[in-house]
Design a protein around this ligand. Structure first.
Ligand code: C5P
Ligand code: C5P
Ligand code: ZN
Length: 454
């Protein structure tokens, strides 16, 4: 069977129901997945409710089963809990791209068709194909691309690959998307240019990131001028000025000995949402995804969902306020990691953020910290305090994956041994473990990773 055929089957099954509970993940990919599903159901006249969860563990599943839903559609999660979903006799359809554990009938996941779920299709992408099987929903491609970019699926090649490109083309055809090569730094649509440098976390520019004065100084030095009192945004600059800034950043990286910063990292494909107003937080897919993470990862998934569903009024303003906090938290988190440093084991390096970084963003910080970590030959493991235990996040890179690293497997197995649960992708995975088992968990994980990459 093909992926499309399976999507059509799942769509037919969904159509047999009249009331649906959509359960999704609290990040940009999860929000856009839920929004795509919601719009597709709405257009079919099927009633639904949406709920968001931090992770799908037994407790959460029990809570869902207690509501006795006619049908549950899981988006951007579920594949790690197939057996538990069966055991609870939940009537479910699962639209996910995480590494699957177990077997389930109505389960659409790229991994089952030899398609890589960490680079070629995200949760929102899977949901987009389902929505396309449900009806005429090609215009939802913009949301699907926001989800894929939120999961960093464009990171490996500096552009989206695999089935993600089919979605992209659907978006272009429907007049909702455009793509082109441009600077990858965050904030091109919305921020005065010095802010791009001040908040640059990938690459992390030592001496510039985090400092407004140093960022402004950097631009003045290379002759980029203000217009009167005002700094322009990236989208307001002339091509020549853009080129000048890119060269200067590369020069700066070189002289700071930053290996992680090269042309490939600074320039890549960027995705523009044509239905959105220029200069807003939702015009660029990457900025949009960060706006969404700023809501859902802070217990405000409802706000992010409203923005995905089209709210550009009160909810949108609330999201923008949350975004400022989120950006500050990320820079503070990165500075903490920088000060504290990483502890090295044989096959991994880790930091423990304790209660200084929120468990829902510690994974993002871990991923970003790779831009200033000298040792790229070890995956990064991060801990953060969580209610009743410890949250684990891990991030690898493509070089390590070529050597055999599979964080999803290693983390899931190690977590299980110490009485926790976890899973994810080869390149990024997470878990929740008992607080007292941190050291044992690290020992086991170190061994497992060692045997993967040996
Ligand atoms: O749960 P979900 O699948 O939505 O999240 C995927 C995670 O993988 C994201 O947090 C994303 O940042 C991470 N990732 C990464 N580096 C990549 C690809 C994905 O850190 N190259
Ligand atoms: O939370 P974090 O961003 O580190 O998650 C990385 C990846 O691991 C995501 O794809 C997330 O969905 C997955 N994950 C998981 N089970 C957990 C925690 C995270 O599958 N308990
Ligand atoms: Zn996802």
């Amino acid at each position: 069977m093909t992926f499309e055929k399976k999507a059509a089957q799942c769509a037919e099954y969904i159509k047999k129901h009249t009331s649906i509970l959509v359960v999704s993940h609290i990040d940009a990919d999860g929000l856009t997945s839920a929004a795509i599903m919601g719009k597709a159901l709405e257009r079919k006249g099927i009633e639904y409710n949406t709920s968001f969860v931090k992770q799908l563990d037994i407790q959460t599943l029990n809570g869902i089963a207690d509501q006795n839903p006619e049908l549950v559609i899981f988006t951007d999660l579920g594949s790690g809990m197939l057996d538990a979903i069966s055991a609870l006799k939940l009537n479910a359809v699962i639209m996910d791209h995480h590494q699957p554990h177990g077997i389930y009938e109505h389960h659409l996941n790229p991994h089952l068709f030899g398609i890589n779920g960490s680079t070629e299709l995200s949760g929102s992408g899977v949901t987009f194909f389902l929505a396309s099987a449900l009806g005429d929903n090609g215009d939802l491609a913009d949301l699907a691309i926001v989800g894929a970019v939120g999961d960093l699926q464009h990171a490996k090649h500096g552009q989206l690959m695999g089935m993600n490109r089919q979605i992209l083309e659907a978006g272009v055809k429907n007049g909702v998307l455009r793509y082109e090569k441009d600077l990858l730094l965050f904030g091109k649509q919305t921020r005065p240019i010095f802010k791009l440098l001040q908040y640059s976390t990938d690459p992390y520019l030592p001496g510039i990131t985090g400092s407004e004065d140093a960022s402004i100084e950097f631009l003045k030095k290379i002759g980029i001028r203000q217009h009167g009192e005002k700094w322009r945004r990236w989208i307001d600059l002339e091509a020549k000025e853009k080129q000048q800034i890119v060269s200067a950043i590369m020069q700066y990286c070189l002289s700071s000995g930053l290996q992680a910063c090269n042309a490939q990292r600074l320039i890549g494909e960027v995705y523009t949402l044509l239905r959105e107003r220029e200069g807003t937080d939702v015009r660029d897919a990457s900025e949009f995804s960060t706006l969404l993470n700023a809501t859902a990862r802070y217990d405000h998934a409802d706000i992010g969902l409203a923005v995905c569903m089209g709210d550009r009024g009160a909810k949108f303003d609330e999201a923008s306020t949350l975004l400022n906090e989120h950006r500050k938290n990320l820079v503070e988190g990165l500075n903490l990691v920088k000060e504290q440093g990483m502890t090295r084991m044989e096959n991994l390096q880790y930091f423990d953020a304790g209660n200084k970084i929120r468990e829902t963003i510690v994974g993002i910080v871990a991923g970003m910290s790779s831009s200033f970590i000298n040792n790229r030959s070890l995956p990064i493991i991060a801990f953060a305090d969580s209610n009743g235990g410890v949250k684990v996040s891990s991030r690898g890179n493509h070089e390590l994956i070529r050597k055999g690293l599979n964080l999803g497997e290693a983390i899931s197995e190690a977590a299980k041994i110490v009485g926790g649960t976890g899973g994810g992708h080869d390149i990024a995975a997470g878990a929740f473990i008992p607080g007292e088992s941190k050291n044992e968990f690290l020992r086991i994980l170190d061994k497992k990773i060692g045997s993967q990459i040996s």
